[in-house]
Design a protein around this ligand. Structure first.
Ligand code: ASP
Length: 593
């Protein structure tokens, strides 16, 4: 037996027991006749003591142990004279009588402690060492519990866990596919799924009724910060449901997870229409941990001789409460520069500062007198001490810019409370989204999303603005400003699906080639159905109060999509390429390999 207890388990009442522990040497301290070792495993750290007086040879052996050596120690549990209240095992120590070195270790390239001296790349290269650190151990355990509780809840609700294939055919969900060459079928390729979307819909046609899967998805996207080329979804689909049934079932899932894993009881989730989210917060994933909703000012500000506002499509602002006193001219200048950065792209920033003493200071004081500025303030319920920030320009752009400013102000002025969770459903997304670049419509969610019943008649229109106004039975779950889930009711009618493909610019031939299997299945009694998928990595991160998903994935890829530990992607051998019938053509070797 390697151990009788783990390293996080022993307490004062265990004093007097003879125990055997096994683990890694976290640290060693030698003092005169005594040597202390902190022994670590997944469960915690226990202090081992060796004494020269008691057993000189043993103590000398202990003094040769290096960091991360794997050892087994047998000894007596005893009360510590010098207790460590920060550690659950801090009241006891093990007076060691026997020591076995199970394995030696090289000196690790960085310290394996909460505050480590290793840089990102180094820690990813030695991920197995990084994973020994307490915070990562905690993250991986937290993730495992969340997965387990998801399964419990969904099983209880009658969902079946069903696997779908990873080697499939391209499904257009917006991103590029990763492809896998087929040796048996030269010149042909599988694609790795961006999501199991079509399969889960076909499972509904197949009568499975309620499906879920905690599943890996693959998207070959340019990696923006905190995206991974492979990521995990809790993917779900249900038959014979309306939107309301889905929202109810999955609000239940999220509440269950919060209660079981965090001990947090969430109130019913508010709902916000997509249009309202954009109009009020400039984002389809508003962070509701703080308010600062937008107010539109066109009716108050136009026609007073200030051409910037007069010519703008929209003049819209927000109110920062109770910060006027601490804001200097330099702060305003910095914020103005911030919104003018190319990433944000605003032309300028107008502010109105309602000073505590009742005076008003504004960048547009020349055009508007105090009385006018006060009426603007009234729209926000602003009083002394508050500051209005106002942007103007083309409506859609301006809202996005102000949305970014809202988040930036929250960061700068510390408006986001810790340990607060604000979920909401964003509903009534548009079905179609016009893409200026390609001059055609894209599916806002995906091509299988159903229009709202009352908007179906608009599908026959040829008018772009009518088509753009079609709402879908599509919904997102947003938590603390992060989109953590999204889904829709699906089209189950073959002709409506065909019309939707048409609107998305697929020819009949293209639609048949890409989705013939789905359209075919829909001819054999497809039930009404709908579903949702949660970004599991993001959910785990947000529930932990973190914004980085990488810390919650055991083996993540870096910003270039590389696995630094196994060094992938990597070239393959000439033989492998031959077998696959693939020639690599590089720009300076156009004759092929
Ligand atoms: N397949 C969708 C996604 O990955 C989710 C869904 O519609 O169920 O975003």
């Amino acid at each position: 037996m390697y151990r009788t207890h783990n390293c996080g388990e022993l307490r004062l009442p265990d004093a007097g027991k003879t125990v055997t522990l096994a683990g890694w040497v976290q640290s060693r301290r030698d003092f005169g006749g005594l040597t202390f070792i902190d022994l670590r495993d997944r469960y915690g750290i226990t202090q081992l003591v060796f004494s020269m007086d008691e057993d000189r040879a043993l103590c000398e052996r202990a003094r040769k142990l290096g960091r991360e050596f794997v050892i087994q120690a047998t000894g007596l549990v005893r009360e510590r004279s010098n207790k460590n209240p920060d550690r659950p095992t801090g009241d006891i120590e093990i007076d060691v009588r026997q020591l076995e070195v199970l394995n030696a270790s090289k000196v690790p390239p960085f310290t394996i402690e909460e505050q480590t001296d290793g840089g990102d790349e180094l820690r990813m290269q030695y991920r197995y060492l990084d994973l020994r650190r307490p915070s990562l151990q905690h993250n991986i355990q937290f993730r495992s519990r969340l997965a387990l509780e998801s399964r419990k809840y969904l099983a209880e609700q009658g969902f079946l866990e069903i696997e779908t294939p990873y080697l499939i055919k391209s499904t257009p969900e917006g991103a590029r596919d990763f492809v896998v060459p087929s040796r048996m079928n030269p010149g042909q390729f599988y694609a790795l799924p961006q999501s199991p979307q079509t399969f889960k819909q076909i499972l509904m046609v197949a009568g499975m009724d309620k499906y879920f899967q905690i599943v890996r998805c693959f998207r070959d996207e340019d990696l923006r910060a905190d995206r991974q080329p492979e990521f995990t979804q809790i993917d779900c689909e249900m038959a014979f449901v309306h939107q309301e049934d889905i929202l109810h079932t999955f609000e239940g899932l999220i509440k269950h997870l919060f209660k079981q894993v965090l001990g947090v009881r969430l109130e019913d989730f508010p709902r916000m229409r997509y249009d309202d989210a954009i109009r009020r917060y400039g984002s389809d994933k508003p962070d509701l941990r703080f308010d600062m909703a937008f107010e539109e000012l066109d009716d108050l500000v136009k026609g007073k001789g200030f051409s910037v506002f007069d010519e703008a499509g929209l003049v819209v602002g927000l109110c920062l409460k109770a910060r006027a006193g601490q804001m200097s001219n330099k702060d305003f200048k910095q914020l103005t520069e911030w919104v003018k950065r190319p990433q944000i792209g605003a032309k300028g920033l107008v502010y109105v500062k309602f000073n505590e003493d009742g005076s008003i200071k504004s960048t547009v004081g020349k055009f508007y007198d105090d009385e006018a500025l006060r009426t603007w303030g009234e729209r926000f319920g602003a009083g002394p001490g508050d500051v209005l920030f106002i942007l103007s320009g083309e409506a859609e752009q301006v809202r996005t810019q102000l949305g970014a400013l809202r988040l930036e102000l929250a960061r700068r002025y510390d408006l986001i409370p810790d340990n607060v969770f604000k979920p909401l459903w964003v509903v009534d997304f548009p079905l179609l989204e016009w893409d200026e670049e390609t001059g055609r419509f894209h599916a806002m969610h995906h091509p299988f999303t159903a229009p709202k019943k009352e908007d179906i008649h608009k599908m026959e229109s040829t008018d772009r603005s009518v088509l753009a106004s079609i709402r879908a039975d599509a919904y997102d779950l947003v938590l603390n400003g992060a989109e953590i889930g999204g889904g829709s009711i699906r089209i189950h009618d073959r002709s409506l699906q065909a019309r939707n493909f048409q609107l998305l610019g697929f020819s009949d031939e293209e639609a048949r080639r890409q989705f013939g299997f789905l359209m075919g299945a829909f001819e054999y009694g497809a039930p009404p159905h709908g579903g949702i998928a949660f970004g599991f990595d993001r959910l785990v991160a947000v529930m932990s109060g973190s914004s980085s998903i990488r810390d919650f994935i055991a083996f993540p890829k870096n910003n270039q999509g590389r696995d630094m530990m196994i060094d992938a992607p990597a070239p393959i051998s000439a033989e492998q390429l031959d077998e696959l019938g693939i020639r690599i053509v590089t720009p300076d070797d156009s004759s092929g390999r």
